[in-house]
Design a binder for this molecule. Structure first.
Ligand SMILES: Cc1cc2nc3c(=O)[nH]c(=O)nc-3n(C[C@H](O)[C@H](O)[C@H](O)COP(=O)(O)OP(=O)(O)OC[C@H]3O[C@@H](n4cnc5c(N)ncnc54)[C@H](O)[C@@H]3O)c2cc1C
Length: 321
């Protein structure tokens, strides 16, 4: 039997998370086949031999140029129907998890997301990352093919010796209009200050305690003084005060700055999942019992509308002295 890995790529450049998924899939000890969807798939396939892929399938349909989870799932289920793989593996990316969720629904099978270990057997034994990384779950997965995604950055990508570029076969999926009901129709460039949230050395984040979109002016001023990126909690994005791209947490960006300043953020598990990689956390909160204090290295208890401008003012004085 074989294992099919859905390999994501950007116009022919293979995504790092998919290389990690290939490394995890090799734990099953069966020949690997890759499925690549979208323009550039044949170019991307060339480098997969070095990651243990024995054969690549490139889905060919001009309607696959834009991401459509239903259409990608159709590619996976069509390939599975012709090859009867023992498992289908994808990266635990937004797309990988979304496509496998569609596949699971169509095949009526369970799906184990965000796995870090697979031990072959019947049923398969898996280790999964749960609750935003706060626990590891030992699980057994029944059903065939086994549907599995790999937890991002938990299994390093690794090459194998002496592998050539795999042969490439064309897959012509039977896509219909319902498969395209949800699809990407437009890309909008985000307007940022130029400092990426994921890579910033300092992040100043605001939560519900900031009070309003306008309230973020003092957060932005402090961030400007510190050459920091601005982040926020989900309450803030849900209220429309900041764009989703600023959200830190389990369903937002995971940050690992030298300093994370959490202003008016209570410290829910889902938020901490996104900032626990920070070297130091400074919490500014009016509630001395707020859960964030359990994770914080430093805390200032008080009203952020007084404390944040005061810090900014001190920084200005120091810089202009
Ligand atoms: C599946 C799921 C995924 C989620 N993913 C995320 C995620 O990715 N990121 C995320 O952030 N949340 C996420 N959440 C939501 C999370 O559970 C919390 O609801 C959210 O983080 C709370 O946001 P908050 O801390 O801003 O608001 P609150 O919990 O309301 O906290 C506000 C804090 O502000 C303080 N405060 C109020 N006024 C002031 C003031 N003037 N000065 C100083 N402090 C003040 C309060 O004491 C309080 O501690 C998720 C939830 C679920 C169920």
């Amino acid at each position: 039997m074989t294992v099919v890995v859905l390999v994501e790529h950007d116009g022919g450049a293979v995504d790092e998370l998919s290389l990690q998924a290939l490394a995890l899939a090799r734990e099953l000890g069966e020949p690997l086949e890759a499925l690549l969807v979208g323009p550039g798939g044949a170019d991307a396939a060339g480098e997969l031999g070095a990651h243990g892929v024995a054969r690549a399938h490139v889905a060919d349909d001009e309607r696959l140029a834009a991401y459509a989870p239903g259409a990608w799932a159709r590619c996976v289920t069509d390939l599975a129907a012709s090859g009867a793989p023992s498992a289908i593996v994808a990266a635990g990316s937004n797309r990988g998890n979304e496509v496998l969720a569609h596949v699971a629904a169509r095949l009526g099978l369970p799906f184990a997301a965000n796995c870090t270990r697979i031990q072959s057997g019947d049923p398969l034994e898996l280790t999964r990352v749960r609750w935003g990384g706060s626990l590891l779950e030992e699980a057994r997965l029944h059903g065939s093919p086994a549907l599995i995604s790999s937890a991002p950055h938990m299994v390093p990508a690794a090459t194998v010796n002496g592998a050539d570029a795999p042969p490439v076969e064309t897959l012509t999926p039977a896509i219909d209009d319902t498969d395209l009901a949800v699809r990407v129709t437009e890309h909008v460039e985000t307007v940022t200050s130029g400092i990426s949230l994921a890579e910033a050395k300092v992040v100043v984040s605001g939560g519900r305690g900031v009070g309003s979109a306008e309230g973020f002016a003092i957060i932005e001023e402090l961030a400007a003084q510190l050459n920091a990126a601005v982040g926020c909690s989900r309450v803030v994005t849900s209220a429309g005060w900041r764009p989703h791209t600023d959200q830190v947490g389990q369903t937002g960006t995971k940050v690992s700055p030298d300093l994370y300043i959490a202003c008016g953020i209570s410290g829910a598990t889902q938020h901490i999942a996104g900032c626990k990689g920070a070297k130091k956390i400074l919490a500014i909160n009016s509630d001395a019992e707020a859960p964030i204090l359990m994770s914080a290295d430093y805390a200032v208890i008080g009203d952020l509308t007084e404390i944040v401008p005061a810090i900014t003012e001190e920084l200005r004085k120091v810089r202009s002295a």
